[in-house]
Design a protein around this ligand. Structure first.
Ligand code: PMV
Length: 318
């Protein structure tokens, strides 16, 4: 049998992170310039159920049975088999490749299970549909941090810009013009689990203050939806800046992220903010088409480790 593969994009959160865990809306965009790809190869000579894993992104080479039952890779495959009412995988080898930086808030923890679900289920001859894949990826998100909102698995599974509110139907966004974003890595790994827990502790201590910040962030997401629809560039930028100030109040930004954001804004971005869990990771800057090179250069000069250019257009919107 030839190799069967499955892939999934990365993602970036345009606005609303953290508040989305508390029921406020947020907007996330798929990023197809970074991807996870899983390849499954049959090993007909091996006993049934033998599955060899080679995850090149984290340098993991193991047989599946040696991983703990709660290891995200093993758990994903267990959930795929359960969804297909199958007991064993046909003997195989699974290669996992990902260009999504880990700890960057760009969706690596959701992208791997999505690509893996697709590849493994296709290999068994019963490809799961997106809804089933999304459910499994959400379960895996729970392993990474206990109370995920579900935004990451949703934007990555369906690969469309989404206006997301927990426990509400997904709302796809129409974006009439092409928008250009830079995603710059601070070089410091973030920890979504740590940031989410830190905010939860602070919220429990001072719920009134925190609820008010969450609802201000939610209002930004609602305004952002309108600005994206109407293609109001300067308003999109202003909303990003306002969102970043609120994330600073939640104490999930860092000096390095603030420096990158300040630099992007001064070099001509419409606006910039940290993206994802924070405490490290990436910033996202929304920029004019003719400023790509200048702003990229400025970001690298002040220490960005990697800059990804990504375009959001109707190409991704059906
Ligand atoms: O995976 P990250 O770092 O992009 O964070 C996801 C967004 C959070 O709002 C911080 C958490 C969540 O579950 O929505």
């Amino acid at each position: 049998m030839s190799a069967i593969s499955g892939s999934a994009p990365g993602k970036v959160i345009l606005c609303g992170e953290h508040a989305v865990v508390y029921g406020q809306p947020a907007i996330a965009l798929p990023v197809f310039d970074i991807q996870t790809r899983c390849v499954v190869l049959a090993r007909p000579g091996d006993p049934k159920g033998t599955v060899l894993i080679n995850d090149h992104a984290i340098d993991l080479k193991s047989d599946l049975a040696s991983l703990s039952p709660d290891h995200p890779i093993r758990k994903t495959i267990t959930l795929v088999l359960a969804a297909l009412s199958m007991e064993h995988m046909p003997a195989c080898e699974i290669q996992i490749y990902s260009s999504i930086p880990i700890g960057g808030g760009l969706g690596s923890s959701a992208s791997v299970p999505v690509a893996l679900c697709r590849a493994v289920s296709a290999f068994t001859g019963h490809p799961l549909d997106d809804d089933a894949v999304n459910e499994i990826a959400f379960e895996i998100e729970r392993l990474h941090h206990k109370t995920p909102s579900g935004i990451d698995n949703s934007v990555i599974t369906y690969g469309r810009p989404v206006f997301f509110t927990k426990n509400h139907p997904l709302e796809w966004l129409e974006v009439p013009t092409e928008l250009l974003f830079l995603i710059a890595n601070s070089g410091i790994k973030g920890s979504t689990a740590k940031a989410v827990l830190q905010i939860k502790e602070n919220w429990l201590t001072d719920p009134v203050r925190y609820e008010s910040i969450f609802s201000d962030i939610g209002a930004i997401s609602i305004a952002m939806r309108e600005s994206l629809r109407s293609g109001n560039h300067s308003e999109i930028g202003k909303l990003m800046v306002a969102n970043h100030h609120l994330l600073q109040k939640l104490n999930v930004s860092t000096d390095k992220l603030d420096t990158l954001i300040e630099t992007a804004n001064q070099a001509g971005a419409y606006g910039a903010k940290m993206s994802g869990g924070g405490l490290g990771g990436n910033i996202i800057a929304f920029i004019p088409q003719d400023k790509e090179e200048t702003i990229t250069q400025e970001l690298i000069t002040v220490g960005a480790k990697n800059v990804i250019v990504t375009r959001l257009s109707t190409r991704e919107v059906n």
